[in-house]
Write a protein that binds this ligand. Sequence first.
Ligand code: 3H9
Length: 692
Amino acid sequence: MSPVSMDRNRIVSVVTVDNPPVNALSQAVREGLVTAIEAAEADSESQAIVIICAGRTFIAGADIKEFGKPALEPFLPDVVARIEACEKPVIAAIHGTALGGGFEVALGCHYRIALSSAAIGLPEVNLGLLPGATGTQRLPRLIGAEHALDIMLTGKPVRAGRALEYGALDKVVAGTDLRAAAISFAEDCVAKGPRRIRDMTVPEVDAGLFDTTRKKIAPKTRGLISPEKIIRAVELATKTSFDEGCADERELFLECMASPQSSGLRHAFFAERSVAKVPGLSKDTPQRDVTSVAVIGAGTMGAGIAYNSLASGLQVTLLDINEEGLLRGEKTVRGLYEGGVKRGKVAASDMEAGLARFSTSQNYEDIADVDIVIEAVFESMTIKKEVFAALDKTIKKGAVLATNTSTLSIDDIAASTSRPQDVIGLHFFSPAHIMRLLEIVRGKGTADDVIATSLALAKRLGKIGVVVGNCVGFVGNRMLYSYGRESQLLLLEGAAPEYIDKVLYDWGMAMGPNAVGDLAGLDIGYNGRKERVDLPDDSRFYQVANVLVEMGRLGQKTGKGTFLYEKGSRKPIPDPEVDAIIEAEAERLGVKRREISSAEIIERCIYGLVVEGARILEEGIASRSADIDVVWMNGYGFPRYRGGPMHYADTVGLDKVYATVCEFSERFGPMYWEPPKLLKELAESGKRFSDL
Ligand code: 3H9
């Protein structure tokens, strides 16, 4: 049965698209739309046509699942052109979100009516694309180049009220009966007849608009190709005929579609949605009620988690046995709220309501009734065990007991309680109220409903929860060890810190590894390594960082780490003293220094990640390679347009990655570079991680 149906209400034909969940423009929908428009046009009783959608939203775009496969006719630009060519007025009736190709279909219509709760947008840029069904040519004609550029370059949806002001909509109606409102509006449109955007000219634009826009977006679009193509397409709309502009848009769109960047961003889109479906965890798994949270430990992380929980509507108690620390934590929470209000991000009334749900305590008895505890104390197994033993004695039965440890064993922590089924890892990333990743670490005893509850909590906190298994460092930090290890070895072998950072930054990482170390504090990793008993027998392992910490160079907080920092500045400045320290260490350890190419830096650091990722998959610590990608894109600044380390390896080709890893194993020894069996098998059978 076609997902597009039609009925008639007196003189108005109503075409309904019903393709759950979001009415994406699959081949069947495209074909159905053309058939319906042709039938309505041929119907002598019909004088106007409404296109409306069933379910929760108007068409949310092209069907992204079809991308990367051979395109099937009818093509969307032709569908849009067919709608526009209709002799009878066609009206798009929008509820939910008209996005991408969905909004382009609406632009092919002659008029647009929407519910006040609806939004329109062209989010293709988030998928490494540009609007490819004539949106770049139609929207500037309708609302002017400046607003059109803004909508396409930010990719953000625009609320109906604002879209009406821009002229992107013709009418906005309150209430919920869109069908009735659209039919009545369509009757009014009969006398006006079709109004085609293709016949309009773009309102005059400021001569400097395109160059100013290029400069304005440059810092945010580093490395991306589609934003420039969007600007070029809109510029063409101001200079060429509609048909020429559409032909050029098509070419630019196909270039974007074929790029590895779009493949990476599309992978990111689906990967971030797939993490919520955990293999082996039924989607009907019951959840425990969570309305109150206690956060143990009022440091930066604890205060950030407390603020994040308050902002999500939860009742929060921040507990610390140290009074001074508790006061500081309370001040941090208030400061985060006040900063939000000052920047206009938080309403003053929300701050008031949030702080009214906030309390502090130094006494475990005060939190006995909470639904979930999130421990965020110092990263020491001894201290964590003491805290969990205390929680076990005081907290009500059935509460979730979570630890924010970033490396320690969940099972060992759970063993200090009588209820390992309630214990789980919730690994937040700093700053906790901003970073989107939440690693949800299941211990061997963790109950399914505790995992389901944690996934729901992640969503409530505005985070992407990724369920992983228990091992040292879980997925993210375990892989970070390999990445950091290589960048540290490269320092000894002759690459300067600022050179390594520049190469990886230019490759797309949010920051270079040395700048990240200084930001986080080199002592954090140093103390973490002290807790570990399984470090490799290698005197070079993180040795530069070790020496710097022992000299008191902890990073930004001490004004010097691997780099120097001027007072009040976060800008890393190369320090000749550090170069001398590195050279001396290399000599002491007998490491031969040499010239190192940028390609080697990238391969060693990124394949270091891939090799560890493959081991993590082999051991079942992550169930899918996409889960690893989501962790690295959302917690560690891995460029989204490369789709995460495992997707990146897939795009390079695992045969090539495997060959390089074998070469590194010969050159640098098998201790770090022994190729994982899984990588070998996939490479030899011509498969990818995503085939698993
Ligand atoms: C485009 O249009 C190109 C054109 O210019 C040119 C073409 C020639 N296709 O996000 P949710 C699935 S590019 C296929 O959890 P929400 C999604 O995977 C496109 N599937 O819901 C998920 O599946 P599952 C431009 C799609 O309520 C389910 O729907 N459009 C698509 O939180 C629910 O999704 C966009 O970029 C799709 N287009 O948010 C819009 N969209 O349940 C992309 C969603 O199996 N979509 N799915 O995991 C969104 O932004 C959000 O999904 C939306 C709903 C806001 C619509």
